[in-house]
Design a binder for this molecule. Structure first.
Ligand code: FES
Ligand code: FES
Length: 166
């Protein structure tokens, strides 16, 4: 067993975990953060995407012990005080979520993109979500939602609680 310390959505966490536990299991089974989904379990669908120090990772392929000393962001960190994030609202406004299974991973990949490129090109968006599979929407609405969120976040009138974006 290994003692690890890390943050999730800015909150300090500690856990004692077996060497074989995945980050996905740690989030869902130990911390009850079930917004992160398990699809394939082998790194191919992106449903389990979370951010590690701001960068998207597939949490089904990452060991929990590798989170030690790092900052994890999950879909639960998007809405604050019951208010949806700009990204979440844009997904609703563009009809970019249907069954919703892929949506947490999509939004975390989009969040990672907006961290590193606040005004992404169409091509950058396509590349950023290339590892996230969606069986419902056909992707165009998802791409439009990310473009809409980037536009809204660049507006001076956008709620500045999302000042976490560069
Ligand atoms: Fe992790 Fe599919 S569940 S990539
Ligand atoms: Fe159903 Fe994407 S909305 S898989």
């Amino acid at each position: 067993m290994h003692d690890i310390a890390f943050t999730v959505n800015g909150n300090p966490e500690r856990a004692t975990v077996p060497a074989t536990m995945t980050l996905l299991e740690l989030l869902r089974d130990r911390l009850a953060l079930t917004g992160t989904k398990e699809g394939c379990g082998i790194g191919e669908c992106g449903a389990c995407t979370v951010l590690l120090d701001g960068n998207p990772v597939t949490s089904c392929l990452m060991l929990a012990v590798e989170a030690h000393g790092h900052a994890i962001e999950t879909i639960e960190g998007e809405a604050v005080g019951g208010e949806l994030s700009v990204l979440q609202q844009a997904f609703i406004d563009e009809g970019a979520t249907q069954c919703g299974f892929c949506t947490p991973g999509m939004i975390m990949s989009a969040r990672g993109l907006l961290h590193r490129s606040p005004q992404p090109t169409h091509e950058e968006i396509v590349e950023a979500i290339a590892g996230n599979l969606c069986r419902c929407t056909g992707y165009e609405a998802i791409i439009a939602a990310i473009e809409l969120a980037a536009t809204r976040l660049s507006s001076p009138s956008t709620n500045k609680r999302e000042g976490r974006l560069p």
